[in-house]
Design a binder for this molecule. Structure first.
Ligand SMILES: Cc1cc2nc3c(=O)[nH]c(=O)nc-3n(C[C@H](O)[C@H](O)[C@H](O)COP(=O)(O)O)c2cc1C
Length: 215
């Protein structure tokens, strides 16, 4: 099974991270987690998840939050200042990384190679080793600076996957919207999941004959 890095930065969208973590574990992968200080703040605000920054104590709390039934062996947390941890080195093999949610600040630092913490360094490693890196920014509206940073990371090989769920699957609740983003993230990393619902066109009954052909 694979080894994936899950970075959580301080943008809105903590529920996406929860679903991605759960599904990575359900698929049998090992997950290395690194969370910025602002990421911890957002987890508290949006998910009522209180992490102390002590990774040993936080690991079981994070695992319970993910709602997966995997043992703590599958999840390893690193402190975002621990730049001596394995994922800071290209010599440590991992299959890919996602930063979800990704703040404008973290996006900018990755785009400029400013590895001031472990999350950015691990992303930098992904780019230099030509490994899959998925960044999930959440901002509205977005500035020219954000756009330029998205262009830079895309040119360097990353996938920018904005947290903007579509509505063509006729979501019936927030969970469906979360799954739409989480499913695309997992698919971009090459991880199979039931969360990803491919689009095969509209149900025949969902539009009338007179509307046929109008899209
Ligand atoms: C509740 C909350 C929501 C936030 N939402 C966003 C957001 O959606 N996008 C963003 O770029 N920053 C957002 N921020 C601001 C970032 O957290 C802030 O810029 C921080 O310095 C980013 O740090 P990091 O990149 O180290 O995680 C939010 C902050 C808080 C507390």
């Amino acid at each position: 099974m694979g080894v994936y890095v899950l970075g959580i930065a301080g943008a809105s969208g903590a529920p996406y991270a929860r679903r991605v973590l759960e599904q990575m574990l359900v698929a049998g992968h090992d997950v290395k987690v690194v969370i910025t200080d602002a990421g911890r703040k957002v987890l508290e605000v949006e998910e009522n998840l209180v992490l102390t920054g002590n990774t040993e104590a936080d690991t079981p709390v994070l695992l319970e939050w993910s709602q997966s039934e995997q043992s703590t062996d599958s999840v390893e947390m690193y402190h975002h200042k621990d730049v001596a941890s394995p994922i800071a080195s290209g010599s440590f093999p991992f299959d890919g990384m996602v930063v979800v949610p990704c703040s404008g600040g973290t996006l900018g630092r990755i785009a400029h190679g400013i590895s001031s913490g472990l999350l950015e360094r691990a992303a930098d490693v992904c780019l230099k080793e030509r490994r899959r890196l998925v960044l999930v920014p959440r901002e509205m509206p977005i500035s020219l600076i954000h756009l330029r940073n998205m262009t830079s990371v895309t040119e360097a090989g990353a996938i920018v996957l904005p947290a903007s769920p579509g509505f063509y699957h006729n979501p019936t609740g927030i969970d469906d919207l979360i799954d739409m983003v989480a499913g695309r993230i997992l698919a971009s990393l090459g991880i199979e999941s039931l969360v990803m619902k491919p689009w095969f066109g509209p149900e025949p009954s969902s539009y009338s004959d007179s509307e046929e052909g109008i899209h």
